[in-house]
Design a binder for this molecule. Structure first.
Ligand code: KMH
Ligand code: ZN
Length: 275
């Protein structure tokens, strides 16, 4: 089995310090969380930008400050910027950080309810347009699929040549409005993608570690982080992103799966191929 790629989603757009005071907002806080998460074993950082008061922003200049500061302390890590941003942001706003030519970015592959009155909108034309922009800029994308229909959309767009190979899927499961993250969901999605694809899991809330464990055992990769889950165990808040990463590293050790360095992750995810 390939080594395990751990992505750390350090802050997100929705969770707040009121939920867990470890959620980073400022650039210094993000750098500290990023550094410790990478030290613990993360090879990819999934980034959202925030203003100092915690409000989410897709401003390229804010992303530039965050990325530069992070790269000073962990120069090799793979940076994956979010093009999901926060619910309600416009398409163009969401694309703003791509002007920085990050190594990776997310491509959200369908619309879904996002709890309460929120709808996370990703129409088919949005997906096609975002993919086209990333391809033109040479940015490697990860396919964020919140349910099976999103995978079907990807496979249809791949057939039409609108989404290019290699396909790196991320199963983001457990959003209120998306697919749950039970074992049966995991196997259904894993068995629905072509065998030459890679996949990672991002379990939201209570699904974070149960999905991580399944993915470690079945050749997938893992995303953890305070964006997705605030607890290290039931009822106990995590004290840092690094603590969540460390728990996955221990799990991987238990199953005899080694952890990929950023260099190894680039090879596994084929990030080094001519863009
Ligand atoms: N904040 C969510 C609405 C992504 O990063 O691409 C979308 C999200 C997905 O987090
Ligand atoms: Zn995100």
């Amino acid at each position: 089995m390939e080594k395990l790629i751990i992505t750390c989603a350090i802050t997100g757009a929705e969770v707040k310090k009121e939920h867990n005071s470890a959620v980073p907002y400022t650039i210094d806080e993000m750098v500290n969380e990023a550094f410790l998460a990478v030290q613990a074993g993360a090879s990819i950082l999934h980034l959202h930008a925030r203003n100092d008061d915690g409000t989410p922003t897709q401003s390229a200049s804010r992303y530039a400050q965050i990325i530069q500061a992070i790269q000073k302390v962990v120069p090799d890590v793979i940076i994956q910027v979010s093009t999901g941003g926060a619910v309600g942001m416009s398409r163009m706003e969401r694309l703003d950080p791509l002007s920085l030519h990050p190594e990776m970015a997310t491509l959200d592959c369908g619309t879904l309810n996002f709890g309460g009155d929120d709808i996370f909108i990703n129409t088919e034309n949005d997906i096609i347009y975002f993919a086209q922009v990333m391809q033109e800029l040479g940015i490697h994308y990860e396919l964020e699929c919140f349910e099976k229909g999103h995978i079907d959309t990807v496979l249809r767009l791949v057939k039409k040549g609108l989404i290019t190979q290699p396909n790196r899927f991320s199963f983001v499961l457990g959003v209120n409005g998306g697919m749950s993250g039970e074992a049966r969901d995991f196997f259904f999605l894993k068995d629905s993608i072509p065998s030459n694809s890679t996949f990672s899991v991002a379990g939201i809330g209570k699904y974070e570690f149960s999905l991580a464990e399944l993915s470690i055992q079945h050749g997938g990769h893992v995303r953890v982080g305070l964006e997705d889950n605030l607890y290290i165990e039931k009822g106990v808040l995590a004290t840092s992103n690094a603590q969540l990463v460390e728990k996955v590293v221990q799990m991987a050790k238990h199953y005899g799966r080694e952890i990929a360095t950023p260099k190894e992750a680039r090879r596994i995810y084929k990030l080094e191929e001519v863009k």
